[in-house]
Design a protein around this ligand. Sequence first.
Ligand code: F6R
Length: 242
Amino acid sequence: IKLIEAADYDEMSRQVAAIIIRQVKEKPDAVLGLATGSTVLGTYHELVADHRQNGTSYRRVRTVNLDEYVGLGPDHPNSYRYYMNHHLFGQLDIPIDQTHVPDGLAVDLDEECRRYERLIDELGGIDLQLLGIGRNGHIGFNEPGTPFSTATHVVELTELTREANARFFPSFDDVPRYAITMGIATILRSRRIVLLASGEEKAEAIARLLEGVVTPDLPASALHLHPDVTIIADREALALIP
Ligand code: F6R
């Protein structure tokens, strides 16, 4: 794992955006694996600003998102599809049918998970996967205890994750209980992985990750099994590194 220290959130966002822009220039039809949440927002702002200023084009890019809440459709402001359309896709020149997010409204959720795995294969695999990290070390919605061998699957969210995400919902009870997520095996099949971490609330997870013990108790530790992982973290997220 390669570690890059950024001074603060904005510098982290600029560095991650630069990696994505380079990837898209090198391979204009790249497959980008994308995440939602707070940490990646600055990166998406940077990509949009660069697209407007420098004309970097996403016309041939394909994207696959990590996860989606079960029960929330594209028009629901808390769905990850809505987030992606709003913060990124709607502000770039990417055709929307080249963007993919698991369908949280699918009638047959297990079939939706299998379809999503097939889709990633048909796209030729993920060139560059962006990841955030949960305070408990989750990646995607793969919570502690998830076997590393899992493909895309339905998960029941932990209380901690639902609490962490409750800030986006009217109340805790409105946070969905289930989600569809790429599995750890799906994530590890990406050719390259970039994990972002910002803020002191991520410091413990990053310190545990960098200790190097590989265990399902810390889902992100699976990244030690991958040959091309970069962590870009700000000083606060690295505060507990000896
Ligand atoms: C989001 C995702 C999650 C987040 C993680 C960090 O698609 O898969 O694993 O990356 O929960 O979230 P933030 O960035 O909001 O702290």
